[in-house]
Design a protein around this ligand. Structure first.
Ligand code: ZN
Ligand code: FE
Ligand code: FE
Length: 275
């Protein structure tokens, strides 16, 4: 049946997000664990979390895919900013324990000139620290478009982070806009890209997807999301994705430029394409 959802505003709390998801036909969703362009986090509300957990179970939701703040750059050059980002990661994973068993996805980071290897070392170090307490959450590294000094635009970089962390609690969230912009042709050869992912990262690490069309052509390294069917990926690509045996059971999260009614339509469209 598939798990489809979109990004929802966390401002009303967790139970409110479950209710909003139900109202638009979603059975998974994503939300920012804190202000996506800052670092401020909401006061924790254990009672709200408990009610949300109950509602998620009652309505057979798939795993949620929380998203770390865009500003959390674990491999930034300034040591103070880097240790602040690492603290934010630790705090996010601790908070996620109130919604046990779900995913926490984030952008690996930008090395801002220090080099890919140094960046990967910093990211892995922060992850090892944050994962040490053993919270019930699986961390997902998002595949990136390779814009600027972004790490995660190549499957080899994702693999290097996973190896350096050395934990089974690290998976991958594949963003369709990012990988296509990054030079993996999921339009012409989805099977080939997944085979390459399997060879380099291991398909069992693939835990969730971000479904976005792209405003830009193949391998443009731009990262501008477009509504489904209105960009360079096209609807047929999403039809292949929602029906692909290696992908169809994963939570699929829309990050398209929409408000709720647009998301509702795209979720219905995805469900209608899934056979
Ligand atoms: Zn993202
Ligand atoms: Fe994404
Ligand atoms: Fe993006």
């Amino acid at each position: 049946m598939g798990y489809f959802g979109c990004h929802l505003s966390a401002s009303g709390g967790n139970l409110a997000m479950v209710e909003t998801a139900l109202s638009i036909g979603a059975n998974t969703f994503a939300f920012f664990t804190r202000n996506p362009r800052g670092s401020r986090a909401k006061k924790e509300d254990p009672a709200d979390c408990a009610r949300a957990v109950q509602a998620l179970q009652a309505h057979n939701f798939g795993k949620l895919v929380a998203h770390g703040a865009y500003t959390m750059n674990l491999c930034t050059a300034d040591p103070e900013a880097r240790s602040f980002a690492a603290d934010v990661l630790c705090d996010d994973l601790r908070r996620m324990a109130a919604l046990p068993g779900n995913f926490y996805n984030f952008h690996p980071g930008s090395h801002v000139g220090q080099g890919v290897d140094a960046g990967i070392d910093y990211i892995a170090k922060a992850l090892r620290q944050a994962l040490a307490p053993g919270y019930p959450v699986t961390v997902l590294l998002e595949t990136m478009a390779g814009k600027g000094s972004e790490i995660g635009g190549k499957f080899e970089q994702i693999r290097a982070i996973i190896d350096a962390v050395g934990s089974n609690d690290v998976g991958v969230c594949l963003d369709t806009c990012h990988v296509y912009d990054g030079g993996y042709d999921i339009v012409k050869d989805l099977d080939g890209v997944l085979a390459e992912f399997d060879r380099i990262v291991g398909i069992s690490r693939l835990k969730a997807l971000h479904l976005n069309d792209s405003k830009n052509p193949f391998a443009s390294h731009k990262d501008r999301h477009e509504c489904l069917g209105e960009g360079s990926l096209g609807l047929e690509t999403f039809r292949h994705i929602v029906n692909h045996p290696l992908l169809k059971d994963k939570p699929m999260i829309l990050e398209t430029p929409n408000e709720l009614p647009g998301y509702q339509k795209e979720i219905a469209l995805l469900r209608s394409m899934a056979c």
